[in-house]
Design a protein. Structure first.
Ligand code: DX5
Ligand code: ZN
Length: 217
């Protein structure tokens, strides 16, 4: 069964607490929080104070925090203190990825690394064993509602083989353009977790959409 992580990038930010509570009540496994700094990506969203408010409003939520920010090491502890359960940094946004991974693990959060569409999975050759999660971008990060980039499927397959060959429990999460009509393809390629923003928030029945994503094997 797929782990489903609805992206609150598509939520009504004026009612964020209610929106997150609703997603949890409807069976969302994780809540995907897209942090954007206007430098690493051409868009700005929110920072740790908003994560802290979500954490207080919905204590039961598993907060899957995707840091699309330059120099993430400077903010890891702040996001952890705010209530992040899982912290994912971009390989392209840090000069010393190994150090960023160790720093993430030191906060006690689940440790994730994300790769942009152009970044090969081999970038993770010497750090894969230290990761709880790899987040493969299936669009260029920065905006919701984009169409997926096909090359991600080969990358998922190759990364899944690296993980299985080493017998690791590392999870593969995919993010961008994941919709009901293509979700099976991501799972068949080897993904474990599906992020979906517009696919869930744009559905007539969010609960049915979450249930349908979760039912994919
Ligand atoms: C894109 C974000 C995604 C985004 C996905 O930069 O990282 O999490 O919310 O949105 P959809 O599912 O609409 O492509
Ligand atoms: Zn994301």
């Amino acid at each position: 069964m797929a782990i489903v992580s609805p992206s609150i990038l598509s939520a009504d930010f004026a009612r964020l607490g209610e929106e997150v509570q609703n997603l949890v009540d409807l069976g969302a496994d994780w809540i995907h929080c897209d942090v954007m700094d206007g430098r690493f990506v051409p868009n700005i969203t929110f920072g740790a104070p908003v994560i802290a408010h979500i954490r207080r409003a919905v204590p039961a939520a598993f907060l899957d925090v995707h840091l699309m920010i330059e120099e993430p090491d400077r903010y890891l502890q702040q996001f952890r203190d705010a209530g992040a359960d899982q912290l994912t940094v971009h390989a392209e946004a840090t000069r010393h990825l190994h150090r960023s991974i160790q720093a993430t693990a030191a906060t006690g959060a689940k440790t994730g690394v994300s790769l942009n569409p152009h970044t090969p999975e081999t970038e993770l050759e010497y750090v894969l064993d230290d990761l709880d999660l790899v987040l493969l971008m299936s669009v260029n990060p920065g905006f919701g509602g984009q169409s997926l980039i096909e090359s991600v499927f080969a990358k998922i397959e190759r990364l899944r083989k690296m993980i299985d060959d080493r017998g690791l429990p590392t999870l593969i999460e995919v993010d961008g353009g994941v919709k009901m009509h293509n979700a099976q393809r991501f799972m068949d390629a080897g993904a474990h977790a599906l992020v979906s923003g517009s696919g869930i928030f744009g559905a007539d029945d969010r609960g049915a959409a979450i249930a349908a994503f979760k039912a994919i094997v």
